[in-house]
Design a protein around this ligand. Structure first.
Ligand SMILES: NC(=O)c1ccc[n+]([C@@H]2O[C@H](COP(=O)([O-])OP(=O)(O)OC[C@H]3O[C@@H](n4cnc5c(N)ncnc54)[C@H](OP(=O)(O)O)[C@@H]3O)[C@@H](O)[C@H]2O)c1
Length: 364
């Protein structure tokens, strides 16, 4: 009998998650957290712990002067509290968690700000009840940003807590047995801001850099450790919520499907502790030198930053803040005006501009 000839062909890597293990996602109720949870379940994961810092207990501890009813009225972003005791605060999150369960997974939502070693141990105990822990994924985000000179110690601590404190504590506890031997993934979502900085985001850049260095240290110690620097992510999450047309830090938002592919690839290719993924924007938010007037070009560039498709479709007297401009966008506009017109305005002034007042300003 002749031996069959050996044929080799390039393999395609596909991440796979052990259905017997538990995967813990810090910030799991966030935009990326929920989407990647669904993807992980499609790739085998059956036990998830989604960690959120939000709970009614937290609110009542931190806002003792307000009743929950008052808070409810004041914060339209959280119109319902479907199951507020466990951190779920929007209908979308409720639906997604139910969907994860329908896909066949056990899902625990843990309202826990993991900022002490005791809380990490509590989290490990909770997660281990489902099964041995196979991975920690830190996708938490708090952005308490602002111009460097306006930062306070507290604002820096707010931004750093989930990135630095939580990552350090997870690293510390996951070096102990039995976790050390069951953990396959230790992943932190970082940002390209850690690499090249961005106006108004010094503390965010710092916090991400620390998390990255922890991953580098883990890798050097022979442990799993991966930090992924994302540019901007479209469709969901902090940037996706602003629309898919904004340009952040000179990057176009990367579509979710592409983010998932990069995530998949990065989990399997473990050569580096820190990898980056972004879509470089062209300079179309800058002036082109066409026959269009400078004022119109500036207005178009500002509209793009705010995420408006058509400047003419909005009321020209509405202030930018009413059109949805947030602090990050005002900093982008500030940079644009300084770069293109040498015009220096504070972020506060920019919020109060409208397209008409901007046009007058540029023309004068
Ligand atoms: N979206 C982007 O364009 C982008 C770009 C670069 C990097 N990243 C990184 O990707 C990750 C996910 O971003 P995203 O856009 O999905 O953000 P997101 O939608 O704002 O979700 C982040 C979640 O983190 C949770 N969180 C904050 N502090 C926490 C804590 N102490 N413990 C547990 N959860 C905490 C928040 O939920 P609660 O309020 O319920 O706690 C929030 O839902 C972040 O790490 C971010 O830095 C995102």
């Amino acid at each position: 009998m002749t031996q069959p000839a050996k044929v080799s062909f390039p393999g395609v890597y596909c991440s796979w998650f052990d259905p017997a293990k538990t995967y813990v996602i810090i910030g799991g109720l966030g935009g990326l957290g929920l989407e990647l949870s669904v993807w992980m379940v499609r790739r085998g994961a059956r036990k998830l712990v989604l960690v959120s810092s939000f709970s009614i207990v937290y609110l009542t501890e931190h806002l003792p002067q307000l009743t929950i009813g008052m808070y409810w009225m004041r914060v339209p972003r959280y119109p319902t509290f479907p199951d507020s005791r466990n951190g779920v605060k929007t209908g979308y999150q409720t639906k997604k968690v139910a969907y994860l369960k329908r896909l066949g997974s056990e899902v625990e939502v843990a309202p826990l700000n993991v900022n002490t070693v005791e809380k990490v141990r509590n989290l490990v105990t909770l997660a281990s009840k489902l099964g041995p822990i196979g991975g920690f994924f830190n996708m938490g985000l708090v952005l308490d940003e602002g111009p460097f000179l306006e930062l306070t110690v507290q604002s820096c601590l707010n931004t750093a807590e989930v990135k630095v404190t939580t990552t350090m504590l997870l690293d510390q506890v996951s070096r102990e047995k039995p976790l050390r031997s069951t953990l396959d993934h230790f992943v932190v979502f970082s940002s390209v801001v850690a690499y090249h900085g961005h106006v108004g985001q010094s503390s965010y850049a710092f916090a991400n850099s620390v998390a990255e260095q922890l991953c580098e240290k883990r890798k050097a110690d022979g442990l799993p450790g991966l930090a992924i620097q994302w540019g901007a992510v479209a469709d969901v999450g902090h940037v996706g919520n602003m629309g898919n047309h904004v340009v952040i830090c000179g990057k176009y938002p990367q579509r979710l499907q592409s983010v998932i592919s990069v995530f998949d690839y990065s989990l399997g290719h473990r050569n580096s502790a820190v990898v980056a993924s972004y879509v470089q924007a062209d300079r179309s938010a800058s002036l082109s030198g066409d026959e269009e007037s400078v004022a119109d070009q500036i207005a178009r560039a500002v509209a793009k930053i705010i995420g408006l498709k058509d400047v003419t479709a909005v009321d020209g007297d509405k202030e930018f803040v009413e059109l949805g401009m947030d602090s990050l966008m005002s900093i982008e506009v500030k940079q644009l005006l300084e770069r293109e017109l040498n015009l220096v305005l504070s972020s506060k002034d920019i919020h109060l501009l409208s397209f008409n007042s901007l046009k007058n300003l540029v023309e004068s």
